[in-house]
Design a protein around this ligand. Structure first.
Ligand code: PXG
Length: 438
């Protein structure tokens, strides 16, 4: 065995050999802090992995999970369900834009996306338009790692190895990142609305009647927080309407407060036909996702003999009672603590802190909206990604701060209930580290 790889755990999206040289292991958490296996406390600037906006081990969520696991730990999910799944479906759809009153449960963002794509294809077929099979994603989109999401996604390293196995009949809109014209925008960038016309072009190329759905993140997250140009999402909506195409918002990150609103759709005032969620649905405590659909979609499936299954799709753990109990407690906390309003109130402070990096010699762009923020570093000549990784590691080891880097991009996803002073201190630390990095 390779001596550098003596850890039996093959870690996801990780440089395993580099990690094993000096493992970074967390064994506890509370509120806004992690504790490592050697007892060091670390401040978390990423809310888990965009997941834990309420902080870690929130007592109300912990209690709900403890109670549920002792009462109903699991329940068959096909042809039978449980009280918590029903209640959570009611709760989540009641927060959604008008006309969205059904949701389908999954266990992750990737499963939500593949479920949404299958629902889109099934919807058109149920209406006698089975020819609508083409799917459209966007460059730099991240829609998880399953085959559907990977195919409509636009993250090159995630697609490269699997190129021959990607779904056929998929096109991509161009991404809207334009550092040359939009660098250091605060919130929505000025330029780029014309890129929405890519969709119209694809409708002309294929004929819109062959296209089933378009999927975009309202704000691409993993690719580096790319707020949409004003009017861009509205224009996608218009083109979809003109051609009978379903619009899917992948809100795995955006939903549940990250943009200071229940959904990105709410924040931008654009209602898609399908919304995919995960992460903040349960505050990351138990894996769970939900796919919310417009009534016309659900209704289209409700035909044929009533004793027949309408959608041949589902997971053993769809609507898992413990996950659903966690989700219900999370929704209670969002309401009781006014979490989305808290997030909205923190937005300006967060924006100011991020943009204070604009003058730094290594920084080529800063982007933000809601509580999503990115500081883009210039890559070192011949060594892309190294500068960002060094910031991550120095923050972790020298400063007890968890900072997420994607190559040379520093990404920030602060807690929705952050303390403004703690937030400020975390950015002062990042600055100190960045000053030391070559
Ligand atoms: N869609 C979106 C928009 C996501 O952000 C997924 C789907 C997939 O979710 P699951 O639960 O299957 O991982 C995601 C996940 C990052 C990062 O560094 C973001 C995600 C995952 C890993 C890293 O920003 N988001």
């Amino acid at each position: 065995m390779n001596a550098a790889v003596d850890n039996p755990y093959w870690m996801p999206f990780t440089a395993n050999r580099d990690f094993n040289k000096k493992p970074r292991i967390i064994s506890a958490a509370e509120g806004h802090w992690y504790t490592t296996s050697d007892g060091t406390r670390l401040y978390d600037t990423f809310s888990g992995l965009w997941t834990s906006g309420l902080g870690h081990c929130h007592p109300k969520i912990v209690a709900a999970v403890q109670e549920q696991v002792a009462k109903l730990d699991y329940c068959i999910t096909f042809q039978v369900t449980n009280d918590k799944a029903l209640a959570l479906a009611e709760r989540v759809t009641s927060m959604a834009p008008d006309g969205i009153s059904h949701c389908f449960f999954t266990n992750s963002g990737s499963e939500s996306v593949d479920t949404a794509l299958k629902i889109a294809l099934g919807y058109h077929r149920a209406r006698g338009e089975g020819n609508r099979s083409r799917l459209i994603g966007r460059e730099k989109g991240y829609h998880g790692v399953n085959f559907g999401g990977m195919s409509v996604g636009g993250m090159v390293p995630n697609r490269k190895v699997f190129s021959a196995a990607l779904l056929p009949g998929v096109d991509h809109l161009r991404h809207t990142l334009d550092i040359e014209r939009n660098a250091f925008s605060r919130g929505l960038p000025e330029h780029g609305i014309e890129l929405a016309e890519d969709l119209e072009r694809l409708c002309q190329l294929h004929d819109g009647s062959n296209i089933a759905a378009v999927i975009v993140e309202p704000v691409p997250g993993s690719a580096g927080i790319i707020p949409p140009p004003p009017g861009y999402l509205e224009r996608l909506r218009e083109i979809c309407d003109a051609h009978g195409i379903l619009l899917i918002f992948d809100e795995v990150i955006a939903a549940f407060g990250r943009l200071g609103a229940p959904f990105g759709a709410t924040r931008f005032g654009v209602t898609p036909d399908i919304i995919t969620t995960a992460k903040g649905l349960t505050n990351g405590v138990i894996p769970m996702g939900a796919v919310l659909v417009r009534d016309k979609i659900f209704d289209a499936f409700m035909n044929g003999p009533e004793h027949m299954i309408e959608l041949f799709h589902g997971y053993t753990y769809s609507g898992h009672p413990v996950a659903a109990a966690a989700g219900l407690a999370v929704m209670d906390v969002y309401d009781e603590e006014g979490t989305f309003e808290q997030a909205r109130a923190l937005e300006q402070h967060f924006e100011d802190l991020l943009h204070s990096f604009a003058d730094h010699e290594h920084v080529i762009d800063v982007r933000n909206i809601g509580l999503m923020g990115a500081i883009e570093l210039a890559p070192r000549a011949g060594a892309p990604g190294q500068r960002g990784l060094e910031v991550h590691k120095r923050c972790f080891w020298d400063e007890n701060l968890v900072v997420r880097n994607g190559m040379d991009l520093l990404q920030f996803s602060p807690f929705l209930n952050s303390d403004p002073d703690e937030m400020q201190q975390s950015f002062e630390t990042v600055r100190r580290v960045l000053d030391k990095v070559a």
